[in-house]
Design a protein around this ligand. Structure first.
Ligand code: OFO
Length: 175
């Protein structure tokens, strides 16, 4: 049976994954309207992934005798004027989620809840991968600055990043 303190922290994490999902959805929509097709596809997919992270928490809480709570949906006000600003928000969001996952690890250790600690390790690895990926995308965008051709190339590159990830996931599912 999950402790109330851990259940509450996991429900808070649900809200953070949902907020990340909606932030990426809003940014995907912005990219879509500015001709950044690859970036939009990438962010729509990332938004789905964050929802999947949220659902994993739902199942874990409920299977552990707790009660997963659907979070409040808050309006996302995205005010960006270029691709660099959009991906800076993405990277910031990932670093905040990492911080929150680390706090969960700390709480599980304090509470001697090794089952949840084991579950949350998946998020630790996932956050490492996502931070590395978002930082690398942001670095590339910063490198080209305002150069239209450069931004076009990055947008094309983001299409391939998405395709590779989708292929890898499909391969994993078949295995
Ligand atoms: Fe990358 O945010 Fe979920 O865990």
């Amino acid at each position: 049976m999950i402790k109330k303190t851990v259940e509450k922290a996991l429900n808070d994490q649900i809200a953070k994954e949902a907020a990340a999902s909606f932030l990426y959805l809003a940014l995907a929509s912005w990219c879509d309207t500015k001709g950044f097709e690859g970036s939009a596809a990438f962010l729509y997919q990332q938004s789905d992934e964050e929802r999947m992270h949220m659902l994993k928490l739902f199942h874990f809480i409920n299977n552990s005798g707790g009660n997963a709570i659907a979070p409040e949906v808050k309006k996302v006000n995205v005010k960006v004027s270029n691709l660099a600003e959009a991906f800076r928000l993405v990277y910031k969001s990932e670093t905040e989620v990492t911080q929150s996952v680390n706090e969960l690890v700390f709480l599980c250790t304090q509470e001697k809840d090794y089952t949840t600690l084991n579950f949350i390790q998946w998020y630790v690895s996932e956050q490492y991968e996502e931070e590395v990926m978002m930082k690398s995308i942001l670095d590339k965008i910063d490198l080209v600055g305002d150069d239209g051709k450069g931004l076009f190339m990055i947008d094309q590159y983001l299409k391939t990043v998405r395709k590779e990830a989708a292929d890898a996931e499909a391969g994993g599912e078949q295995a």
